[in-house]
Design a protein around this ligand. Structure first.
Ligand code: CO
Length: 200
């Protein structure tokens, strides 16, 4: 429990450090947010949106879940998406997966994980869509990495197929949807897919 108190100490020191640089920082930021980016990523603690994009608070609107899945019946995800697109009017949506994703690995390890297996069915569905390609990859970790990429591509397509994004494009508004994969080993993002309109 003693260690937990350090959280508040760190928080206080952080707030002080920011105010030293810009005394108005918090009063300015508390008035509004105008982020240009909406990030849908994995909950993995090693894949934090702001740090990876090197952007300060206020610049990225974020939704995270296990294995960055976008399901059209997930009200949580759709509500965040609707707010990002219609109210904040973000210009870019990034669906970010990452190599070595525990959720993706768990979806293909053949073991019982309890409740989360229900969620992981969405990844298994991606596997089925690309079964021939994935089954042909002999190395287990290379196959999992490819599934991480294909998962990002499919989840990005799911975003593009939501009524929220489609209606935006139909209304002639500019918004781009990108599927990217992050490497835990070198910190680099690779773009797998990008869509800017209904026709592409
Ligand atoms: Co993950």
């Amino acid at each position: 429990m003693g260690d937990f108190k350090r959280i508040f100490e760190r928080n206080r020191l952080w707030a002080e450090k920011i105010k030293e640089i810009n005394p108005e920082y918090f009063s300015e930021l508390s008035k509004q947010q105008t982020p240009e980016f909406f990030w849908i990523g994995c909950s993995d603690s090693r894949v934090p949106a702001n740090q990876i994009l090197d952007l300060p608070p206020g610049e990225v609107f974020v939704h995270r879940n296990i294995a960055n899945v976008v399901v059209p019946s997930d009200l949580n995800c759709l509500s965040v998406l609707q707010y990002a697109v219609e109210v904040l009017e973000v210009k870019h949506i990034l669906v970010c997966g990452h190599y070595g994703c525990g959720g993706v690995l768990a979806s293909i390890d053949g073991e019982d994980h309890g409740l989360i297996d229900n969620w992981l069915q969405h990844i298994r569905y991606v596997y089925r869509l690309h079964k021939d390609e994935l089954d042909a990859i002999e190395d287990t970790s290379a196959r999992a990495d490819r599934l991480c990429e294909l998962n990002v591509i499919e989840q990005t397509r799911n975003i593009c197929n939501t009524t929220i994004v489609k209606n935006r494009w139909k209304a002639g508004k500019e918004i781009a949807v990108h599927g990217v994969v992050y490497s835990l080993k070198n910190g680099i993002l690779n773009e797998m897919i990008s869509q800017k309109s209904l026709t592409e």
